[in-house]
Design a protein around this ligand. Sequence first.
Ligand code: SF4
Ligand code: SF4
Length: 277
Amino acid sequence: MKKWNMIIDVAKCHDCNNCFLACKDEFVDNDWPPYSLAQPWHGHRWMDIMRKERGQYPKVDVAYRPTPCMHCDTAPCIKAAKDGAVYKRDDGIVIIDPKKAQGQKDLIDSCPYGAIWWNAENAVPQKCTFCVHLLEEGWDKPRCAHSCPTGALEMVCLEDREMEKMREERGLEILMPGLKTNPRVYYLNLYRYERCFIAGNVALRDKDECAEGAKVVLRRGNKILNTVETNNYGDFKLDNLEENSGKYGLHITYPGREGKELSVEVKESTNIGTIFL
Ligand code: SF4
Ligand code: SF4
């Protein structure tokens, strides 16, 4: 049986919030029985855009992580719900039954991703439905994915084994894998949000010039982890490192100059400044 999955590319999200607004347009003031009551005008973010700034001036970047319900295959919300108020459909979509879930405010705390919101007026917990009412009409994607101008939100309907293959081939990641919730929302370029970098620049002191094309090698012990070259401003960036992952060695070389060896302790994204050769 083919099931729905979403693939979100963090590198393509520019925080325009078109997806968030499309979700509002679809659900505010609109009941979609039997799947959802109308979303309130304020307070809910069924498609939530999380924001993260990394580094120190001037080596700073910002990443945006769109975060809907993960439609987990092993969903804590289903386990926590009384009277089968949350259920998984055969196509993989997790639905909160708006009638059965009346009054079950505790469901908000059952979701480790913060994807469930409380509708106080109707006393019902609510979340993203992958626009199941539209998929049933033949749409190939929910409104959020339809409205994204950069293609950051991709919807695929595949057999589980096909999805597993795609996951391996494209290097897709999931949020909080340690929880073993088996999300159906996958991420590309998640390192932009979850991991950190070492950045800096290389200059030639006697010439008062940026060192374009300097080679920067990242090592752990004797193992080479990454090699980059400085750009025309002498800048380099070594990304995709775990936060608080300890000491790394940097070896910097430039033709005709004596190389330099540095040790950098990585806690978070770090600008190590200018290295003169
Ligand atoms: S993300 Fe949260 S609300 Fe969605 S299925 Fe998983 S546990 Fe349930
Ligand atoms: S519409 Fe696309 S680019 Fe805009 S915030 Fe949503 S996911 Fe990001």
